[in-house]
Ligand binder design. Structure first.
Ligand code: GLP
Length: 239
């Protein structure tokens, strides 16, 4: 695992965007794993700029998002990660939306008992696996929505959000009660199958999780991000 300290968000985003560019230049039909949250937003802006300058094209790219909320009301539909991605990336590039996947599509009345979560992992495998996966880091060390206690061999699954995650994400909602309690997330095993992983760490609140990651040599369930110690192609960009 390589740790790359950047002096500001602009430098970080430009560096990470260059890795995307390299991946897509080498393989125009690359399979990308994408994260939401505030950390990757400026990287996505850089990618849109690269597209506008004709330096990069996503026309043959396929994407799989890491996670999606379950149980968002009609009123809060715009907080879904599908909306986030359309707003912050897909709407500004030439990707075919048919090639952008999420573990679940928004449905206010979803019947969770009818969902076969394993389909998502199978689809990723069928497409050839993720060439590059970008991750953010939760204050509690979560990656995707793999909260503390997640198993290293977990596949895409329904997850109950930790209270600290609900509190951290409440800033996007009118109040804490509107934050969904559940999400569907790629599991840790799904994440570790990506060929290359970039973890973006921005913000004081991530300090403890970053410290745990830097000082681990094996997986510790209490800090899900430490699963990345078990992968041999991980780059941690942090400020
Ligand atoms: C959410 C997402 C994660 C993301 C994390 C960090 O919980 N499910 O994938 O990494 O937030 O978000 P931020 O970048 O806003 O700190």
């Amino acid at each position: 695992m390589q740790f790359i300290r950047c002096s500001n968000l602009d430098e970080l985003s430009k560096n990470v965007a260059l890795i995307f560019k390299e991946t897509i230049t080498n393989k125009p039909n690359a399979i990308l794993g994408l994260a939401t949250g505030s950390s990757p937003i400026s990287t996505y802006k850089e990618l849109i700029e690269m597209f506008n300058n004709n330096t990069i094209s996503f026309k043959d790219v396929t994407t799989f998002n890491l996670d999606e909320y379950v149980g968002l009301s009609e009123k809060n539909k715009h907080h879904s990660y599908r909306y986030f991605m359309n707003d912050n990336l897909f709407g500004g590039i030439d990707i075919d939306l048919k090639n952008t996947f999420f573990p679940i599509n928004w449905d206010e009345n979803v019947d969770l008992s009818k969902i076969d979560y394993s389909n998502y992992d199978e689809l990723i495998d069928k497409k050839g696996g993720m060439d590059l996966l970008i991750l953010g880091l939760g204050n509690n060390g979560h990656i995707g929505f793999n909260e503390p206690g997640s198993k290293i061999d977990s596949k895409t699954k329904l997850t109950i959000l930790a209270n600290s995650t609900i509190e951290a994400n409440a800033r996007f909602f009118e109040n804490k009660d509107e934050v969904p309690k559940y999400a569907i997330s790629m599991g840790i095993n799904t994440i570790l199958k990506a060929k290359k992983i970039i973890l973006i760490v921005v913000g004081e609140s991530k300090k403890e999780a970053l410290f745990q990651l830097k000082n681990s040599i094996s997986f510790d369930e209490k800090w899900p991000c430490t699963a990345l110690t078990q992968h041999d192609n991980v780059f941690v960009y942090y400020i």
